[in-house]
Design a protein. Structure first.
Length: 367
């Protein structure tokens, strides 16, 4: 009964806060409706300047193919290479294609290495009569075992390629499930931490510490409301993914909730640990931000983990966000179930339990 009243107290505090209810509603909406559009790792809209010295039928056909491509923006034909280079220097063009004596020179602005290399590779696929398939990288938005050809605008692909799982090569399908981790990070990591530290600063937590309320009851009363909020927010994210993007999980939905709650266990335990060792809101915010950003960047959310240095890749073995993202993409895209994600589920449960024990042990209650 004591736990029940403590949980009611937490919900009353959340309702009385003018900001928290709005944040709980607006944050998943913003994340799901804005982030998939701005977090695009696909290389498109590459501005190409063409220097056509030959002026042959073949060279003009090539220029038309570039202009008609969805991957390029035709920056126009320039009289000389020097003129095109001025556009690159001023940031108005990304790639220069010079056609001279039946030969092609591709000069790419490599300030953005990815955009420069991919832009030159795309152009090479147009020029070459037999394009070669590109290797698929982990975290690139394509499924393992899939071969992807760079865009062949002439339709003269050599051989064939088999697209597995994400057949439409939809990058949003790859990114949206992983955004659930960011929502869980805020709802079950930051909010409980700031709540507890805020009570420390206000002095109200000392009033509870001198009561007969047990350590377990106090901790559960602080965390359970945010776990329930996390379940609500995950449901909102699933509905938004379906309504806005037409994306639904091909695997069991209940497994998504299991994965979300295991990640919530980790973040809430980690937040409790931070709050136990922090005396001010600023201190807690700084520590949480440092560790959470590190966890997020090393999780494979934005970059392939296999592309990291060896020491950074080894951290993924103890990174719960990496296991969550890997598992939820398996459920969403590949239709995997508990058998396919057992490794990630066990890892999340183990790390979350370990952090939970540390959180309880580090909390000091005055009796």
């Amino acid at each position: 009964m004591t736990l029940k009243y403590l949980i009611q107290k937490e919900f009353l505090q959340i309702r009385r806060n003018a900001f928290l209810p709005k944040l709980i509603i607006m944050f998943p909406i913003v994340i799901m409706c804005v982030m998939p559009w701005v977090m695009q790792m696909e290389v498109k809209n590459i501005v190409v300047d063409v220097v056509d010295i030959d002026h042959t039928v073949e060279s003009q056909r090539l220029v038309q193919q570039i202009a008609a491509s969805n991957y390029f923006i035709f920056g126009g034909q320039k009289a000389t290479y020097a003129e095109a280079m001025k556009d690159v220097e001023k940031g108005r063009a990304d790639v220069i294609l010079e056609i001279r004596d039946g030969k092609y020179l591709i000069a790419a602005n490599a300030v953005n290495g990815t955009k420069g290399s991919m832009g030159s590779a795309y152009l090479s696929q147009i020029i070459r009569p037999t394009p070669q398939p590109l290797p698929v990288m982990e975290g690139s938005g394509y499924s393992q075992g899939q071969q992807v050809s760079a865009p062949s605008l002439t339709g003269r692909a050599g051989g064939g390629s088999l697209l597995l799982y994400n057949k439409g090569q939809n990058y949003k399908l790859f990114m949206i499930p992983a955004l659930f981790a960011i929502v869980m990070m805020l709802m079950t990591g930051f909010l409980p931490t700031l709540n507890i530290v805020g009570e420390k600063e206000a002095g109200t937590i000392e009033q509870i510490n001198v009561t007969p309320v047990s350590k377990w009851s106090f901790i559960l009363a602080k965390l359970i409301p945010y776990w329930l909020i996390a379940l609500f927010v995950i449901s909102v994210c699933l509905v938004l993914a379906w309504l806005v993007y037409g994306i639904t999980p091909t695997g069991p939905v209940w497994l998504i909730y299991v994965l979300a709650m295991l990640l919530a266990l980790f973040f809430s335990s980690f937040g409790l640990i931070v709050s136990n060792y922090s005396d001010t809101m600023q201190q807690a915010m700084f520590v949480m931000w440092f560790f959470v950003v590190s966890i997020m960047l090393l999780s494979g959310l934005f970059t392939p983990t296999r592309s990291m240095p060896q020491w950074a890749y080894l951290t993924t073995y103890i990174n719960p966000m990496h296991y969550f993202i890997d598992a939820i993409r398996t459920v969403f895209i590949r239709g995997g179930g508990l058998h396919e994600t057992a490794h990630q589920v066990l890892a999340l449960a183990g790390i979350g339990t370990l952090m939970g024990c540390w959180a309880v042990q580090s909390y000091k209650k005055n009796s």
